[in-house]
Design a protein around this ligand. Structure first.
Ligand SMILES: CC(C)(COP(=O)(O)OP(=O)(O)OC[C@H]1O[C@@H](n2cnc3c(N)ncnc32)[C@H](O)[C@@H]1OP(=O)(O)O)[C@@H](O)C(=O)NCCC(=O)NCCS
Length: 188
C-alpha cells in the first residue's frame, strides 16, 4: 500500500525463510507500550505486564490469529507502527461476542502526528468489513489523542471497563467504543 505522504508503507508482517518480523514487532510493541503507559502504572505492574505480553511466542500467535498491519519506513525499512484486529470478548458488553476488536494501535513516538496511526486504522477497517457486526476497542479514558482519532472514524462510547493490573492497584477506567464493521466511506 504505497503512499507518499508520510514515508511509510503498510504491509502484513512477514514470517518466512527470508524475513522474520517477529523480534522487531515484539520490540516495537513493547517499546511503544512502555512509552504510552509506563507512567500510568507502577514499575512492578509494568514489568509483569510486559513479561507476560511481549514474547516471541505471543507475537507469533498474534500474527497467526489476528489481522495485523505494520508501517514500514520506506528508507530505513524499520517498523515504526502497527495495528491489530482480532477476537472480541468484552464481558462488560453482553453482545460483544461474534464481533471483532481493535487490540492494538501504536506508532513510534517520533513518528506520531504524521498521519500514520490514521492510515493504519483506516486500512484495518477497510480490510475487515462485515457490516452486520461491530468493531470494538478499549482506550484509556485519559488518552485524548486516541479518543479523538477513534471518534473521527465513527467509534462511539458504549461502556467502561476497569484496567486491571497484577497488583490490583487502583487504575483509571478504559472507555469501550465501537463502530459497525462498515466501510469508512460508503460507495454511493
Ligand atoms: C494514538 C496513535 C496511534 C495515533 O497515531 P498518530 O500517527 O500519532 O496519529 P495521526 O497522525 O494519524 O493522527 C490522526 C488523528 O488522531 C487525532 N490525534 C492524534 N494525536 C492527538 C493528540 N495528541 N490530541 C488530539 N488529537 C490527536 C487527531 O484526530 C488526528 O487527526 P488530525 O491530524 O486530522 O487532527 C499514536 O499517538 C500512539 O501510538 N499513541 C500511543 C499509543 C496509544 O495510545 N495507542 C492507542 C491505544 S488504545
Amino acid at each position: 500500500m504505497p503512499d507518499n505522504r508520510d514515508g511509510v508503507n503498510l504491509r502484513a508482517p512477514r514470517v518466512d525463510r527470508r524475513t522474520n518480523d517477529i523480534p522487531e514487532l515484539r520490540e516495537l510493541a513493547e517499546r511503544t507500550f512502555r512509552v504510552a503507559f509506563g507512567d500510568s502504572v507502577s514499575e512492578s505492574d509494568l514489568e509483569a505486564q510486559c513479561a507476560r505480553t511481549f514474547t516471541d511466542e505471543t507475537v507469533a500467535s498474534w500474527i497467526d490469529q489476528d489481522l495485523i498491519l505494520v508501517a514500514e519506513h520506506r528508507e530505513s525499512f524499520k517498523l515504526v507502527g502497527f495495528g491489530q484486529i482480532g477476537w472480541c470478548d468484552y464481558p462488560e458488553i453482553a453482545e460483544s461476542q461474534g464481533n471483532r476488536a481493535l487490540h492494538r494501535l501504536y506508532v513510534e513516538s517520533h513518528f506520531q502526528n504524521q498521519g500514520i496511526g490514521q492510515r493504519l486504522l483506516d486500512a484495518l477497517i477497510s480490510t475487515d468489513v462485515d457490516a452486520t457486526t461491530w468493531l470494538y476497542l478499549d482506550v484509556w479514558e485519559k488518552n485524548a489523542g486516541a479518543i479523538a482519532l477513534y471518534r473521527s472514524r465513527g467509534f462511539r462510547v458504549v461502556g467502561r471497563k476497569r484496567f486491571v493490573v497484577d497488583s490490583g492497584a487502583p487504575t483509571d477506567d478504559d472507555l469501550i467504543m465501537r463502530r459497525l464493521r462498515a466501510p469508512l466511506y460508503p460507495i454511493s
